[in-house]
Design a binder for this molecule. Sequence first.
Ligand code: TTP
Ligand code: MN
Ligand code: MN
Ligand code: MN
Length: 379
Amino acid sequence: QNDEAKAVVFSVPSYACQRRTTLDNHNTILTDALSLLAEKAELSEEDGRGVAFRRAAAVLKCLPQPVTNMMQLRGLPCLGEHSFRVIKDILENGTSSEVESTQQSERYKALKVLTGIFGVGAKTADRWIRAGIHNLRQLQTSGQTLNQAQRAGLQHYDDLNLPVTKAEADAIGEIVEEAVVSVLPDAQITLIGGFRRGKLTGHDVDLLITHPDEGKEVGLMPKVVSWLQSKGFLLYQKTTINSYLESEEGPRRPSSNMDRFERCFSIFKLQKKVEAAQPETQAENGIQHHKSGCRLWRAVRVDLVVSPISQFAFALLGWTGSKLFERELRRWAGHEKAMSLGSHALYDNRQSRYLRATSEEEIFAHLGLEYIPPSERNA
Ligand code: TTP
Ligand code: MN
Ligand code: MN
Ligand code: MN
Protein backbone atom coordinates (compact mmCIF):
# COMPACT_ATOMS: atom_id res chain seq x y z
CA GLN A 1 0.00 0.00 0.00
CA ASN A 2 1.36 3.39 -0.92
CA ASP A 3 0.54 6.68 0.79
CA GLU A 4 -1.81 7.79 -1.90
CA ALA A 5 -3.99 4.73 -1.55
CA LYS A 6 -4.27 5.34 2.18
CA ALA A 7 -4.75 9.10 1.88
CA VAL A 8 -8.07 10.31 3.23
CA VAL A 9 -10.06 12.23 0.64
CA PHE A 10 -12.13 14.98 2.22
CA SER A 11 -15.57 16.08 1.19
CA VAL A 12 -16.86 19.51 2.15
CA PRO A 13 -19.91 21.60 1.14
CA SER A 14 -19.00 24.81 -0.65
CA TYR A 15 -20.53 27.52 1.58
CA ALA A 16 -18.86 28.06 4.96
CA CYS A 17 -22.32 28.44 6.52
CA GLN A 18 -23.06 24.80 5.59
CA ARG A 19 -20.05 23.61 7.55
CA ARG A 20 -19.10 23.19 11.20
CA THR A 21 -15.81 24.95 11.85
CA THR A 22 -14.54 24.72 15.41
CA LEU A 23 -11.39 26.37 16.79
CA ASP A 24 -9.71 22.97 16.57
CA ASN A 25 -7.83 23.65 13.33
CA HIS A 26 -5.68 20.74 12.11
CA ASN A 27 -4.08 22.74 9.31
CA THR A 28 -2.82 25.93 10.96
CA ILE A 29 0.39 26.03 8.90
CA LEU A 30 -1.62 26.06 5.68
CA THR A 31 -4.40 28.34 6.93
CA ASP A 32 -1.94 30.85 8.43
CA ALA A 33 -0.21 31.06 5.05
CA LEU A 34 -3.46 31.54 3.13
CA SER A 35 -4.73 34.04 5.72
CA LEU A 36 -1.55 36.08 5.36
CA LEU A 37 -2.04 36.20 1.59
CA ALA A 38 -5.68 37.17 2.15
CA GLU A 39 -4.54 39.97 4.43
CA LYS A 40 -1.95 41.13 1.90
CA ALA A 41 -4.67 41.30 -0.76
CA GLU A 42 -7.04 43.20 1.56
CA LEU A 43 -4.30 45.65 2.47
CA SER A 44 -3.72 46.23 -1.26
CA GLU A 45 -7.47 46.70 -1.73
CA GLU A 46 -7.74 43.60 -3.89
CA ASP A 47 -10.90 42.45 -2.16
CA GLY A 48 -11.86 39.71 -4.61
CA ARG A 49 -8.50 38.03 -4.21
CA GLY A 50 -8.72 38.49 -0.43
CA VAL A 51 -12.07 36.69 -0.27
CA ALA A 52 -10.76 33.87 -2.47
CA PHE A 53 -7.88 33.24 -0.03
CA ARG A 54 -10.24 33.53 2.98
CA ARG A 55 -12.55 30.94 1.42
CA ALA A 56 -9.66 28.60 0.67
CA ALA A 57 -8.35 28.93 4.24
CA ALA A 58 -11.84 28.29 5.62
CA VAL A 59 -12.14 25.01 3.70
CA LEU A 60 -8.90 23.78 5.26
CA LYS A 61 -9.98 24.95 8.73
CA CYS A 62 -12.88 22.51 8.80
CA LEU A 63 -10.96 19.38 7.73
CA PRO A 64 -10.85 16.64 10.40
CA GLN A 65 -7.14 15.92 9.84
CA PRO A 66 -3.98 17.59 8.58
CA VAL A 67 -3.51 17.61 4.83
CA THR A 68 -0.37 15.63 3.96
CA ASN A 69 -0.86 14.98 0.28
CA MET A 70 -2.15 17.10 -2.61
CA MET A 71 -4.32 14.16 -3.73
CA GLN A 72 -6.46 14.68 -0.63
CA LEU A 73 -7.58 18.05 -1.96
CA ARG A 74 -9.28 16.61 -5.04
CA GLY A 75 -12.91 17.64 -5.08
CA LEU A 76 -12.59 20.29 -2.35
CA PRO A 77 -14.44 23.54 -3.15
CA CYS A 78 -12.98 27.09 -3.15
CA LEU A 79 -9.39 26.03 -3.79
CA GLY A 80 -8.13 27.96 -6.80
CA GLU A 81 -4.94 27.54 -8.74
CA HIS A 82 -3.13 30.09 -6.60
CA SER A 83 -4.12 28.45 -3.31
CA PHE A 84 -3.11 25.05 -4.68
CA ARG A 85 0.33 26.42 -5.53
CA VAL A 86 0.77 27.80 -1.99
CA ILE A 87 -0.33 24.52 -0.38
CA LYS A 88 1.89 22.46 -2.67
CA ASP A 89 4.87 24.67 -1.87
CA ILE A 90 4.32 24.17 1.87
CA LEU A 91 3.75 20.42 1.64
CA GLU A 92 6.88 19.98 -0.48
CA ASN A 93 9.25 22.58 0.98
CA GLY A 94 7.91 23.29 4.43
CA THR A 95 7.27 26.95 3.55
CA SER A 96 5.65 29.06 0.87
CA SER A 97 8.08 31.30 -1.01
CA GLU A 98 5.31 33.82 -1.63
CA VAL A 99 4.49 34.02 2.08
CA GLU A 100 8.16 34.41 2.97
CA SER A 101 8.77 37.17 0.46
CA THR A 102 5.58 38.96 1.58
CA GLN A 103 6.71 38.87 5.20
CA GLN A 104 10.04 40.36 4.20
CA SER A 105 8.61 43.03 1.94
CA GLU A 106 9.01 46.60 3.25
CA ARG A 107 5.62 47.58 1.88
CA TYR A 108 3.82 44.74 3.67
CA LYS A 109 5.63 45.46 6.93
CA ALA A 110 4.74 49.16 6.68
CA LEU A 111 1.09 48.38 5.85
CA LYS A 112 0.89 46.10 8.91
CA VAL A 113 2.41 48.66 11.28
CA LEU A 114 0.30 51.56 9.99
CA THR A 115 -3.03 49.69 9.80
CA GLY A 116 -2.24 48.43 13.30
CA ILE A 117 -3.23 51.95 14.37
CA PHE A 118 -6.93 52.08 15.31
CA GLY A 119 -8.70 54.28 12.74
CA VAL A 120 -6.20 53.65 9.95
CA GLY A 121 -7.33 51.57 6.97
CA ALA A 122 -5.61 50.36 3.82
CA LYS A 123 -6.25 53.62 1.91
CA THR A 124 -4.72 55.89 4.54
CA ALA A 125 -1.76 53.57 5.07
CA ASP A 126 -1.09 53.51 1.33
CA ARG A 127 -1.20 57.32 1.14
CA TRP A 128 1.27 57.58 4.02
CA ILE A 129 3.62 54.98 2.52
CA ARG A 130 3.64 56.95 -0.74
CA ALA A 131 4.63 59.96 1.37
CA GLY A 132 7.62 57.96 2.67
CA ILE A 133 6.10 57.01 6.04
CA HIS A 134 6.87 53.39 7.00
CA ASN A 135 6.75 53.37 10.79
CA LEU A 136 5.26 55.14 13.80
CA ARG A 137 8.27 57.37 14.39
CA GLN A 138 8.16 58.62 10.80
CA LEU A 139 4.42 59.20 11.14
CA GLN A 140 4.85 61.23 14.31
CA THR A 141 7.46 63.53 12.75
CA SER A 142 5.72 63.77 9.37
CA GLY A 143 3.25 66.51 10.22
CA GLN A 144 0.39 64.41 8.79
CA THR A 145 -2.93 65.43 10.29
CA LEU A 146 -4.51 62.60 12.25
CA ASN A 147 -8.19 62.45 13.09
CA GLN A 148 -9.35 61.92 16.67
CA ALA A 149 -9.62 58.14 16.31
CA GLN A 150 -6.14 57.87 14.83
CA ARG A 151 -4.65 60.07 17.57
CA ALA A 152 -6.19 57.81 20.20
CA GLY A 153 -5.03 54.77 18.22
CA LEU A 154 -1.46 56.01 18.11
CA GLN A 155 -1.51 56.96 21.78
CA HIS A 156 -2.62 53.44 22.82
CA TYR A 157 -0.85 51.56 20.04
CA ASP A 158 0.88 48.92 22.16
CA ASP A 159 -2.14 48.13 24.32
CA LEU A 160 -4.48 47.89 21.34
CA ASN A 161 -2.14 45.44 19.61
CA LEU A 162 -2.02 43.25 22.70
CA PRO A 163 -4.60 40.43 22.63
CA VAL A 164 -7.65 40.89 24.86
CA THR A 165 -8.24 37.88 27.12
CA LYS A 166 -11.61 36.31 27.92
CA ALA A 167 -11.17 37.47 31.54
CA GLU A 168 -10.69 41.05 30.32
CA ALA A 169 -13.72 40.71 28.04
CA ASP A 170 -15.79 39.54 31.03
CA ALA A 171 -14.54 42.44 33.13
CA ILE A 172 -15.56 44.90 30.37
CA GLY A 173 -18.92 43.10 30.13
CA GLU A 174 -19.52 43.67 33.83
CA ILE A 175 -18.71 47.37 33.57
CA VAL A 176 -21.01 47.83 30.58
CA GLU A 177 -23.74 45.85 32.35
CA GLU A 178 -23.50 48.17 35.34
CA ALA A 179 -23.71 51.19 33.03
CA VAL A 180 -26.63 49.80 31.06
CA VAL A 181 -28.79 48.69 33.98
CA SER A 182 -28.19 51.95 35.81
CA VAL A 183 -29.70 53.91 32.90
CA LEU A 184 -32.30 51.26 31.82
CA PRO A 185 -32.92 48.57 34.47
CA ASP A 186 -34.23 45.64 32.42
CA ALA A 187 -31.86 46.00 29.48
CA GLN A 188 -29.90 42.89 28.53
CA ILE A 189 -26.35 42.60 27.32
CA THR A 190 -24.75 39.76 25.35
CA LEU A 191 -21.11 39.09 24.54
CA ILE A 192 -20.82 38.72 20.76
CA GLY A 193 -17.95 38.56 18.23
CA GLY A 194 -15.10 36.10 18.62
CA PHE A 195 -15.63 35.54 22.36
CA ARG A 196 -19.14 34.23 21.70
CA ARG A 197 -17.56 31.74 19.30
CA GLY A 198 -15.38 30.49 22.16
CA LYS A 199 -12.14 32.26 21.26
CA LEU A 200 -9.82 32.68 24.25
CA THR A 201 -8.41 36.00 22.99
CA GLY A 202 -9.56 38.70 20.61
CA HIS A 203 -8.64 42.09 19.20
CA ASP A 204 -11.60 43.76 20.87
CA VAL A 205 -14.72 43.13 22.96
CA ASP A 206 -18.08 43.19 21.18
CA LEU A 207 -21.30 43.64 23.17
CA LEU A 208 -24.92 43.70 22.03
CA ILE A 209 -27.52 45.53 24.11
CA THR A 210 -31.29 45.20 23.89
CA HIS A 211 -34.46 45.59 25.97
CA PRO A 212 -37.43 43.16 26.12
CA ASP A 213 -39.89 46.01 25.43
CA GLU A 214 -39.62 47.23 21.85
CA GLY A 215 -38.74 50.93 21.73
CA LYS A 216 -37.32 51.16 25.26
CA GLU A 217 -33.82 50.85 23.78
CA VAL A 218 -34.15 54.03 21.69
CA GLY A 219 -31.60 56.63 22.76
CA LEU A 220 -29.90 54.22 25.14
CA MET A 221 -26.38 54.47 23.72
CA PRO A 222 -25.73 58.17 24.52
CA LYS A 223 -26.88 57.56 28.11
CA VAL A 224 -24.64 54.52 28.52
CA VAL A 225 -21.71 56.45 27.04
CA SER A 226 -22.31 59.39 29.40
CA TRP A 227 -22.38 57.06 32.40
CA LEU A 228 -19.13 55.38 31.30
CA GLN A 229 -17.52 58.74 30.63
CA SER A 230 -18.51 60.15 34.01
CA LYS A 231 -16.82 57.19 35.71
CA GLY A 232 -13.64 57.62 33.65
CA PHE A 233 -13.94 54.33 31.74
CA LEU A 234 -13.60 55.80 28.24
CA LEU A 235 -10.36 56.90 26.58
CA TYR A 236 -12.13 57.39 23.24
CA GLN A 237 -15.62 56.90 21.83
CA LYS A 238 -17.52 57.56 18.66
CA THR A 239 -21.26 56.97 18.77
CA THR A 240 -23.29 56.70 15.60
CA ILE A 241 -27.05 56.52 15.42
CA ASN A 242 -26.92 54.49 12.22
CA SER A 243 -29.69 54.75 9.74
CA TYR A 244 -30.57 51.25 8.65
CA LEU A 245 -31.19 52.48 5.11
CA GLU A 246 -27.64 53.79 4.85
CA SER A 247 -26.06 50.64 6.28
CA GLU A 248 -24.17 48.56 3.75
CA GLU A 249 -25.02 45.41 5.68
CA GLY A 250 -28.76 45.32 5.45
CA PRO A 251 -31.07 44.59 2.55
CA ARG A 252 -32.02 47.73 0.69
CA ARG A 253 -35.71 47.74 1.54
CA PRO A 254 -37.41 50.59 3.30
CA SER A 255 -39.04 49.96 6.65
CA SER A 256 -39.93 52.41 9.36
CA ASN A 257 -38.90 50.31 12.36
CA MET A 258 -35.45 49.62 10.97
CA ASP A 259 -33.62 52.88 11.52
CA ARG A 260 -32.67 52.56 15.16
CA PHE A 261 -29.25 50.97 15.09
CA GLU A 262 -26.96 52.64 17.60
CA ARG A 263 -23.27 51.81 17.66
CA CYS A 264 -20.30 52.91 19.65
CA PHE A 265 -16.65 52.32 18.74
CA SER A 266 -14.65 52.91 21.86
CA ILE A 267 -11.42 52.48 23.74
CA PHE A 268 -11.88 51.49 27.38
CA LYS A 269 -9.53 52.14 30.24
CA LEU A 270 -9.51 48.82 32.09
CA GLN A 271 -8.00 48.56 35.57
CA LYS A 272 -5.63 45.62 35.77
CA LYS A 273 -6.27 42.91 38.32
CA VAL A 274 -3.48 42.76 40.88
CA GLU A 275 -1.82 39.42 40.24
CA ALA A 276 -1.25 37.22 43.25
CA ALA A 277 1.80 35.69 41.59
CA GLN A 278 3.56 39.03 41.23
CA PRO A 279 6.25 38.64 43.95
CA GLU A 280 7.32 35.33 42.44
CA THR A 281 7.59 36.76 38.92
CA GLN A 282 9.54 39.66 40.29
CA ALA A 283 12.06 37.37 41.94
CA GLU A 284 12.57 35.46 38.72
CA ASN A 285 12.86 38.48 36.49
CA GLY A 286 14.93 40.55 38.89
CA ILE A 287 15.31 44.16 37.76
CA GLN A 288 13.47 43.56 34.49
CA HIS A 289 10.09 43.63 36.14
CA HIS A 290 9.44 47.35 36.36
CA LYS A 291 11.29 48.29 33.22
CA SER A 292 8.16 48.91 31.14
CA GLY A 293 6.64 50.95 33.96
CA CYS A 294 4.13 49.51 36.37
CA ARG A 295 0.89 50.60 34.69
CA LEU A 296 -2.28 49.86 36.59
CA TRP A 297 -4.56 49.89 33.55
CA ARG A 298 -4.61 48.94 29.90
CA ALA A 299 -6.53 50.22 26.87
CA VAL A 300 -9.06 47.84 25.27
CA ARG A 301 -11.07 48.28 22.06
CA VAL A 302 -14.77 47.82 22.72
CA ASP A 303 -17.66 47.78 20.21
CA LEU A 304 -21.15 48.38 21.59
CA VAL A 305 -24.31 47.83 19.55
CA VAL A 306 -27.91 48.49 20.55
CA SER A 307 -30.67 46.55 18.84
CA PRO A 308 -34.45 46.66 19.26
CA ILE A 309 -35.74 43.30 20.47
CA SER A 310 -37.55 42.69 17.15
CA GLN A 311 -34.18 42.64 15.37
CA PHE A 312 -32.18 41.01 18.16
CA ALA A 313 -31.79 37.57 16.53
CA PHE A 314 -30.52 39.18 13.32
CA ALA A 315 -28.13 41.43 15.22
CA LEU A 316 -26.89 38.47 17.27
CA LEU A 317 -26.29 36.38 14.15
CA GLY A 318 -24.75 39.30 12.27
CA TRP A 319 -22.33 40.26 15.02
CA THR A 320 -21.18 36.83 16.16
CA GLY A 321 -19.04 36.25 13.08
CA SER A 322 -16.70 35.04 11.88
CA LYS A 323 -16.52 37.67 9.17
CA LEU A 324 -16.26 34.97 6.51
CA PHE A 325 -19.14 33.01 8.03
CA GLU A 326 -21.30 36.19 7.83
CA ARG A 327 -20.28 36.85 4.27
CA GLU A 328 -21.08 33.28 3.29
CA LEU A 329 -24.49 33.42 5.01
CA ARG A 330 -25.37 36.50 2.96
CA ARG A 331 -24.05 34.89 -0.23
CA TRP A 332 -26.06 31.73 0.49
CA ALA A 333 -29.19 33.81 1.15
CA GLY A 334 -28.80 35.81 -2.05
CA HIS A 335 -27.59 33.17 -4.48
CA GLU A 336 -29.37 30.07 -3.25
CA LYS A 337 -32.56 31.42 -1.68
CA ALA A 338 -33.23 34.80 -3.36
CA MET A 339 -33.25 36.38 0.10
CA SER A 340 -31.40 39.39 1.50
CA LEU A 341 -29.87 38.85 4.93
CA GLY A 342 -28.57 41.71 7.03
CA SER A 343 -27.94 42.24 10.72
CA HIS A 344 -31.41 43.84 10.99
CA ALA A 345 -33.64 41.57 8.96
CA LEU A 346 -34.18 38.85 6.39
CA TYR A 347 -36.09 39.75 3.25
CA ASP A 348 -37.60 37.15 0.92
CA ASN A 349 -37.45 38.54 -2.62
CA ARG A 350 -39.87 35.94 -4.04
CA GLN A 351 -42.54 36.56 -1.42
CA SER A 352 -41.70 40.28 -1.25
CA ARG A 353 -41.80 40.25 2.54
CA TYR A 354 -39.64 40.22 5.64
CA LEU A 355 -39.30 36.91 7.47
CA ARG A 356 -39.52 37.34 11.23
CA ALA A 357 -37.31 35.50 13.69
CA THR A 358 -36.83 35.58 17.44
CA SER A 359 -33.85 33.21 17.51
CA GLU A 360 -30.81 32.36 15.39
CA GLU A 361 -32.26 28.85 14.94
CA GLU A 362 -35.28 30.34 13.17
CA ILE A 363 -33.07 32.34 10.81
CA PHE A 364 -31.10 29.24 9.81
CA ALA A 365 -34.42 27.46 9.27
CA HIS A 366 -35.73 30.30 7.04
CA LEU A 367 -32.51 29.99 5.04
CA GLY A 368 -32.88 26.23 4.68
CA LEU A 369 -29.63 25.65 6.57
CA GLU A 370 -28.81 23.25 9.37
CA TYR A 371 -28.32 25.23 12.60
CA ILE A 372 -24.65 25.94 13.29
CA PRO A 373 -23.92 27.01 16.90
CA PRO A 374 -21.51 29.94 17.53
CA SER A 375 -18.61 27.64 18.50
CA GLU A 376 -18.80 26.08 15.02
CA ARG A 377 -18.87 29.38 13.11
CA ASN A 378 -15.10 29.83 13.24
CA ALA A 379 -14.68 29.75 9.46
P1 TTP B 1 -14.74 41.78 14.91
O1 TTP B 1 -14.79 42.28 16.30
O2 TTP B 1 -13.97 42.60 13.94
O3 TTP B 1 -14.17 40.30 14.80
P2 TTP B 1 -14.20 39.07 15.80
O4 TTP B 1 -14.86 39.43 17.08
O5 TTP B 1 -14.77 37.94 15.05
O6 TTP B 1 -12.67 38.77 16.01
P3 TTP B 1 -11.65 39.48 17.04
O7 TTP B 1 -11.39 38.46 18.07
O8 TTP B 1 -10.44 39.77 16.21
O9 TTP B 1 -12.29 40.71 17.57
O10 TTP B 1 -16.21 41.64 14.32
C1 TTP B 1 -17.22 40.94 15.01
C2 TTP B 1 -18.38 40.73 14.13
O11 TTP B 1 -19.09 41.92 13.91
C3 TTP B 1 -18.00 40.21 12.74
O12 TTP B 1 -18.80 39.10 12.45
C4 TTP B 1 -18.35 41.30 11.82
C5 TTP B 1 -19.49 41.94 12.58
N1 TTP B 1 -19.90 43.27 12.13
C6 TTP B 1 -19.04 44.35 12.00
O13 TTP B 1 -17.85 44.25 12.31
N2 TTP B 1 -19.53 45.53 11.53
C7 TTP B 1 -20.83 45.67 11.21
O14 TTP B 1 -21.25 46.75 10.79
C8 TTP B 1 -21.70 44.54 11.37
C9 TTP B 1 -23.14 44.63 11.03
C10 TTP B 1 -21.20 43.38 11.83
MN1 MN C 1 -10.46 17.33 15.76
MN1 MN D 1 -14.31 41.19 18.09
MN1 MN E 1 -15.51 44.35 16.82
